[in-house]
Ligand binder design. Structure first.
Ligand SMILES: [Zn+2]
Ligand SMILES: [Zn+2]
Ligand SMILES: [Zn+2]
Ligand SMILES: [Zn+2]
Length: 241
């Protein structure tokens, strides 16, 4: 998904017709927002609710001059045309998220939906689950994140500066024995990071590495982890004795 997408606003004296379950015909000085997913919201002076709307229509056409908007979704149609002076404008709208520092381009970085995105250059970095963006910057200038995967790791947002996979592999690759054969567990990326048996595919043993720190050995021989939801074995199916 691009960081910035076009949004349109229409402000002025408009005629709004809605055909569907509830038919409506309205005229007024309204503010209409057409969102990047084509949702159309018609606001008047009253309250916070739109006076008319169509959520994610399958078809949308919008001409600026003369103003003519048609949004169609199934048997519902929303039409807007100018009745008087109308201003139509296009806007770049971005993700909004918690500010987490500065991009290498100097632009602001925000955290949104498990990613960190730059509002200026559209750079986007995905974060592993449970990661916290920290103040310490990488040599490249980007912020780093901190995450627990058996130990606490700090990595640059940009994998090119050193991936979490490499850091966790350095710490734990072949550190634990497979409970189902005589192999050792390797650190691999399968979506998230897993500890998987080196004898795959003969042995398909594999465990997701929890968001927590290793705090000792389980009776079964695998490590135990301290996580926010309590202590557990690397094997989620292993019940403490
Ligand atoms: Zn940037
Ligand atoms: Zn870096
Ligand atoms: Zn195995
Ligand atoms: Zn266990």
């Amino acid at each position: 998904m691009p960081t910035r997408t076009q949004t349109h606003t229409i402000a002025g004296d408009c005629i709004v017709r809605f055909d569907g379950q509830r038919e409506r015909h309205q005229r007024g000085r309204v503010l209409i927002v057409v969102k990047p997913d084509d949702t159309v919201l018609v606001h008047d002076a009253d309250g916070y609710q739109p006076v008319a709307w169509l959520t994610r229509p399958t078809d949308l056409s919008l001409t600026h001059d003369p103003l003519w908007l048609v949004a169609v979704d199934g048997d519902e149609t929303l039409r807007v045309e100018a009745a008087g002076d109308v201003t139509v404008a296009d806007h770049d709208v971005s993700d909004a998220g918690v500010p987490v520092g500065d991009c290498r381009c100097g632009g602001p970085l925000v955290r949104s939906n498990g990613s960190v995105v730059c509002l200026d250059c559209d750079d986007r970095f995905s974060l592993p689950g449970g990661a916290t963006v920290i103040e310490d910057a990488c040599e490249c200038g980007l912020p780093q994140f901190r995450v627990e995967r058996g130990d606490t790791f700090e990595c640059c947002l940009d994998y090119d500066c050193g991936s979490l996979l490499d850091a966790v592999s350095d710490a734990f690759d072949r550190a634990w024995d497979c409970p189902n054969c005589d192999g050792e567990l390797e650190i691999l990326r399968r979506g998230g990071l897993i500890a998987g048996c080196e004898n795959y595919p003969e042995c398909d043993t594999g465990f997701g590495i929890p968001d927590g720190t290793a705090v000792g050995e389980c009776d079964c021989g695998l490590p135990r982890f301290e996580t926010t939801s309590g202590e557990r074995c690397l094997d989620t199916g292993c019940e403490p004795a």
